[in-house]
Design a protein around this ligand. Structure first.
Ligand code: BGC
Length: 891
């Protein structure tokens, strides 16, 4: 057949990642995007090949031939069993429903790591326990080994992990640009290992491999309660495989022939920071010719190798570097760097100073009312980095195993003149692919959208944390479920949440209970409604956004167990009216001196119980578990009935009315169909009566604008969004916020602070409004019936005083764009881009038949448009892939 050049296959991914190195999945899944000119492209056939060589001439392990399938996202491998430690290449070509054919895509690769614990046979857990200082700090251990190469190297890989955090070096060079490995998992059950391609770091003859081993999440203090939770003994496991061009292989594993010593890194704690005495550096320690004769033999440990899993999340990297915007001298005489942005990561600096000069950096998020350095809200976290110079030239440093949440850096030990040009802020985060942007005619709303992204970056350092600065930084489940939907618009969070959900399941209690924080840090506690429900909500959202059914299948037992746990708790089977709950955390209708909003905790608990039971029923349906689907849907019906009996008056009012009570009842469809509209009107009235102020906390806030919009009060939702006075999303922006705050009034209008004990300036929870910005204002959403943006819901919502809004989202199918603007003549121009092999269901709210044209044509006659229907909500139609320009006449 003639080759039609206008179809192109690109952006191949394997398990949501670009060219992953070291997967332990035996049936990886492949996705691709298609570029096709014109409109309405649908893939009818694909062909996928997987081979061990890049030109696919032989060694094919899978060839689908022409497969009559429209699937282009997460196609599971079904070829010959994959070998461990092998790089495979894959490529794809597609045919459209019109017969058009693409060329082969450029090849992409994935590489397998270990498929069984046995493959760790070449390495032992090793360590070098070092004496602790009087505060219990164990210095970092430096572990090394020299070895000879036998010939010319075809490829070399290191597989490594640790109890504690580690950094791998080969011949003196870092093995890659990742940080904080092996990441944070439920260490007693699961630890990730990493794969490094070190081929280019090896050289003929003598070579060396080394690790620096620090505390990381494993041995650092975690939480506000003193003490460690995993273990005291750190250890590393390192296995280097060298393949020679003659086909033979050497394995160099960590064992008792490795040598160890202490070095310059004396203290490294996640919260407290680092102390590095460069005078104690053992220069060249990771180089082959280093003399380690006086180093001690590494100590072997027989820690298990079970539970070792290949890297699941994207690694943590420095993704941005910020230059300080100014050097400030405070009224108190302190010298500060202002990074201009509340960021998470560390400061990298260079210095020239005499041996023994101590340079100390202290990190804080805000300045106090008088402009002085303020660390009260960090609680016990020190966030202090001290570097003692070795002298004699230019030195440079950044922390290795800690990170700081800060905008301001107080510098001690250098004069103001020595500062310029020497400091940069390195932004650390899980390096997830960027997934979209939001922009409107209101600069404050744009800043809010930007702050949401910064909040996400800072709190997505391997686990979704509440905050990145004080002595907490934990994987609070409630915050994660509140923010997960918004997060998907900013980054491809699939690998991030897939990993975290496995930890959630691993840390789930025998009775189905869910820790408040995941990975579990027991002092935080267990089993609050809207927190534990993350077990159900997060997998469902990941499934919706990425069409990843496997996540749902994997998490299903955990989802079900949570609902069964809840079922066993209440005084009767259908109400959850017992136990401890955070309630509508930080709701503004809280009583004086309480963090808990006024909404009844039983109401919230029962509402989430119904919601989770419903999601389990839907998930069972998707997965083909018919019996469960029926029984959980019956359970949901019974809970809904119990909810109405207990909390709703016969005429459909919520008996104890709060904004949050109405928001959850409406969001989760708990009220009778015929009562919903008037309930929404009551919610609107509540908002109006409070002077157009929201009173919602963590539970109600994510839903407020959604339900107002859904039930005809979009104008009010806009009013809340555009409000600038406290309390509102924009109030912090007017106060100079560069991230999302924990409290609506983290800095009060008079410049004073909310109390020290709980006042983070980088908490993503209220950033959940991002979901409404992308999903409603710009109008890009998923469709439950065809998840993963296979069918896109496009429902732009011109409103408020906005003149335009535009969002893009890089979905698994490709770029979605939704942009509306008011034109000079009062019409609304709406532009939509729909990626190939996807389609959109468009709703133009309030528009009637005949009220819209597309590229100058009547809608009905426009290519790619079908099923135009006038409905009470507005004009609905289907649009195939392509770019569209609609002009909506306003009456
Ligand atoms: C955290 C929250 C968390 C809450 C539990 C706080 O300390 O920062 O974000 O959800 O505790 O209510």
């Amino acid at each position: 057949m003639e080759q039609m050049a206008h179809i192109e296959v690109f952006d191949l991914t394997c398990n949501h990642k670009i060219e992953p190195l070291g997967i332990d999945d035996k049936t990886p899944r492949f996705s691709w995007k298609i570029k096709a000119e014109g409109r309405g492209f649908e893939q009818a056939v694909f062909r996928l090949q997987v081979a061990e060589n890049r030109d696919f001439t032989d060694a094919l392990v899978w060839d689908t031939d022409k497969s009559n399938s429209g699937q282009s996202v997460l196609v599971p491998y079904a070829g010959r069993p994959l070998e461990p430690r092998t790089r495979y290449f894959y490529r794809v070509k597609v045919w459209g429903s019109d017969g058009g054919e693409s060329s082969w895509s450029a090849p992409a690769f994935f590489e397998t790591a270990f498929y069984s614990e046995e493959e760790w046979k070449g390495a032992e857990w090793i360590s070098l326990p070092l004496p602790e200082d009087e505060h219990g700090n164990e210095p970092a251990a430096y572990l090394r080994k020299s070895f000879q190469l036998r010939g010319s190297v075809a490829s070399a890989r290191v597989y490594a992990t640790s109890l504690g955090a580690y950094k791998l070096y080969v011949n003196g060079y870092p093995a890659d640009d990742t940080h904080l490995s092996p990441g944070w998992t439920s260490y007693t059950k699961r630890i990730q290992y990493q794969t490094y391609d070190v081929t280019s770091l090896l050289r003929e003859g003598g070579n060396a491999v080394g690790v620096i081993l620090g505390n990381g999440w494993y041995k650092s203090k975690l939480s506000w309660v003193p003490g460690r939770i995993y273990g005291d003994t750190r250890a590393a496991l390192v296995q280097l495989h060298i393949r020679y061009t003659d086909g033979t292989e050497d394995i160099i594993g960590s064992d008792s022939s490795w040598k160890g010593n202490d070095g310059a890194l004396r203290i490294s704690e996640l919260y407290d920071g680092e102390f590095y005495d460069a005078r104690l550096e053992r220069s060249g320690w990771a180089s082959p010719d280093f003399d380690d004769a006086d180093w001690r033999a590494a100590v072997l440990y027989d820690f298990p190798k079970t539970g070792l899993v290949a890297q699941e999340n994207e690694p943590v990297r420095v993704v941005k570097k910020l230059v300080p915007v100014s050097v400030v001298t405070t009224p108190r005489g302190e010298t500060l760097l202002d990074m201009g942005q509340n960021m998470v990561g560390w400061v990298h600096f260079t210095a020239v100073a005499e041996a023994g000069t101590a340079i100390t950096l202290k990190h804080a998020e805000v300045l106090d009312k008088d402009g002085n350095f303020y660390t009260g809200n960090l609680r016990s976290a020190q966030q202090t980095v001290t570097y003692v110079c070795m002298g004699g030239g230019i030195e440079n440093f950044h922390p290795l195993f800690s990170f700081q949440g800060f905008r301001y850096v107080k510098i001690e030990g250098l004069s103001v003149a020595e500062i310029p040009g020497r400091f940069e802020g390195c932004v650390l985060t899980s390096d997830l692919q960027a997934a979209g942007s939001f922009h409107s005619s209101d600069p404050l709303i744009n800043k809010l959208a930007e702050n949401i992204v910064w909040g996400q970056m800072g709190n997505f350092v391997d686990v979704p944390t509440d905050c990145p600065q004080r002595d907490e930084r934990l994987g609070w489940t409630g915050d994660a479920q509140a923010f997960v939907r918004a997060s998907t618009y900013n980054r491809n969070v699939a690998p991030f949440f897939i990993k975290w959900l496995r930890d959630l399941a691993a840390d789930q209690q025998l009775d189905g209970g869910v820790p408040h924080v995941v990975p579990d840090v027991p002092v935080a506690g267990y089993n609050s409604a809207a927190w534990g429900d993350a077990a159900v909500i997060v997998p469902w959202v990941v499934y919706q956004r990425y069409g990843d059914e496997r996540v749902l299948r994997e998490q299903y037992p955990s989802m079900r167990k949570w609902v069964e746990y809840v079922r066993s708790q209440g005084e009767n089977e259908f109400l959850w009216n017992t136990g401890f709950h955070f309630g509508d955390w930080l709701g503004l209708d809280a009583k004086e001196n309480s963090y808990v909003g006024a909404t009844s905790r039983d109401l919230i608990a029962t509402a989430f119980y119904a919601h989770s039971a419903g999601l389990v029923a839907k998930s069972a349906q998707v997965l083909g578990y018919a019996e469960d689907a029926a029984s959980y849907s019956r359970l949901r019906d019974s809970i809904v009935q119990a909810f109405r009996d207990e909390f709703v008056t016969p005429s459909g009012r919520i008996a104890s009315p709060t904004q949050t009570a109405y928001a959850v009842a409406l969001m989760f469809d708990l009220l009778k169909e015929e009562d919903r509209r008037q309930a929404a009107d009551r919610l609107a009235l509540l908002v109006e009566e409070s002077g157009f102020q929201l009173t919602t906390g963590f539970v109600g806030t994510p839903y407020l604008c959604h339900v107002l919009t859904r039930f005809g009060h979009a104008d009010l939702a806009y009013k809340l969004l555009e409000r600038r006075e406290y309390p509102s999303w924009l109030y912090p922006v007017t106060r100079g916020a560069t991230t999302i705050w924990e409290h609506w009034d983290g800095i009060k209008p008079d410049g004073s602070f909310w109390s020290d004990d709980m006042n983070s300036y980088n908490h993503y929870a209220y950033g959940a409004i991002g979901d409404w910005l992308f999903g409603s204002v710009a109008g890009i959403d998923t469709d439950e019936a065809a998840p993963g943006y296979r069918r896109i819901k496009l429902q732009p919502l011109p409103g408020g005083s906005l003149q335009f809004a535009v969002a893009t989202h890089e979905s698994s199918y490709g770029l979605i764009r939704s942009a509306w603007s008011r034109s000079a003549d009062g019409d609304i121009v709406y532009e939509a881009t729909i990626p190939a092999n996807a389609a959109a269901d468009v709703l133009l709210t309030g528009v009637k038949r005949g009220g819209v044209t597309e590229s100058g044509r009547e809608l009905e006659h426009s290519e790619g448009i079908a099923d135009v229907a006038e409905t009470p909500e507005g004009l609905r139609f289907r649009a195939g892939s392509g770019e569209y320009v609609f002009r909506i006449k306003t009456l």
